[in-house]
Write a protein that binds this ligand. Structure first.
Ligand SMILES: *[C@@H]1O[C@H](CO)[C@@H](O)[C@H](O)[C@H]1NC(C)=O
Ligand SMILES: *[C@@H]1O[C@H](CO)[C@@H](O)[C@H](O)[C@H]1NC(C)=O
Ligand SMILES: *[C@@H]1O[C@H](CO)[C@@H](O)[C@H](O)[C@H]1NC(C)=O
Ligand SMILES: *[C@@H]1O[C@H](CO)[C@@H](O)[C@H](O)[C@H]1NC(C)=O
Ligand SMILES: *[C@@H]1O[C@H](CO)[C@@H](O)[C@H](O)[C@H]1NC(C)=O
Length: 194
């Protein structure tokens, strides 16, 4: 009885050693990230957080999106975070520089790493304030909602980062307009009332 348990355990251990660890696979950063990969606008589909209290602030009626634009004269990229609470829209624009698999935002002192996703029109963004301590995981898509498999993959990625809860944005809530036209540099911070 004990012997067969040991054999079983041994087999399990050897199998789990030969198969690639699922989390290792799920948390692979993208490679050779370019502006072409991220440019334009993205709707926030789902958020997961290490601290579930963060998710409590997100209610139905909230919306989120992101917008990447380049400048004509520098390698810097403009990243605008756009959030709506149903009454007004907040815009926060910062300059970033892409590295191989994400970017650092020097103004906010955060690191964003893009993780591989099987969803072709999504970006999965891992946010860290302190290196090695993922705070939040965001699923952005060109679509307002993703299919069940894509959501399952995102949930599995969050679980690998010890984030179990997640919030799905209401896809029927209108997104805030970009409110940014022409050169991205024209807008540092703006606020409109819907
Ligand atoms: C990334 O770029 C390097 C060097 O240009 C290349 O060797 C590598 O295959 C690329 N990786 C992917 C996933 O495209
Ligand atoms: C900005 O992006 C466009 C394509 O969207 C590209 O043609 C152009 O070369 C880019 N400019 C810089 C400075 O990278
Ligand atoms: C972002 O970069 C542009 C172009 O280099 C510059 O004009 C603008 O002032 C920068 N904005 C911030 C907030 O650093
Ligand atoms: C940015 O964050 C790192 C890591 O938490 C910290 O060591 C550093 O002092 C911060 N820099 C600024 C300018 O806040
Ligand atoms: C998740 O939690 C486990 C157990 O507490 C820990 O060993 C692991 O390093 C954590 N993973 C991350 C990505 O924080």
């Amino acid at each position: 009885m004990f012997a067969s348990f040991v054999i079983l355990l041994f087999c399990w251990v050897s199998v789990s050693h030969s198969a690639p660890a699922p989390c290792e696979n799920l948390l692979r950063p993208v490679e050779n990230l370019s502006f072409q990969h991220v440019k334009g606008s993205w709707a926030l589909v789902s958020v997961s957080a290490a601290d579930p209290k963060y998710l409590e602030k997100l209610k139905s009626g909230n919306s989120g999106s992101g917008f990447f634009a380049n400048y004509t004269d520098t390698a810097e990229i403009s990243f605008t975070r756009i959030s709506g609470d149903g009454e007004s829209c907040q815009y926060m624009q910062t300059n970033i520089t892409l590295d191989g698999s994400g970017f650092r935002d020097p103004q906010l002192n955060i690191t964003m790493t893009l993780l591989h996703s099987s969803c072709v029109d999504c970006i999965v963004v891992q946010l860290e304030e302190i290196p090695g301590k993922p705070l939040r995981l965001y699923l952005f898509s060109r679509r307002r909602e993703v299919d069940a498999n894509e959501m399952e993959e995102f949930k599995a990625q969050a679980k690998c980062l010890n984030m179990s809860e997640h919030h799905v944005m209401d896809p029927t809530t209108a997104l805030c307009p970009h409110a940014i036209s022409g050169n991205a540099a024209a807008s540092t911070e703006a606020s409109t009332t819907a």
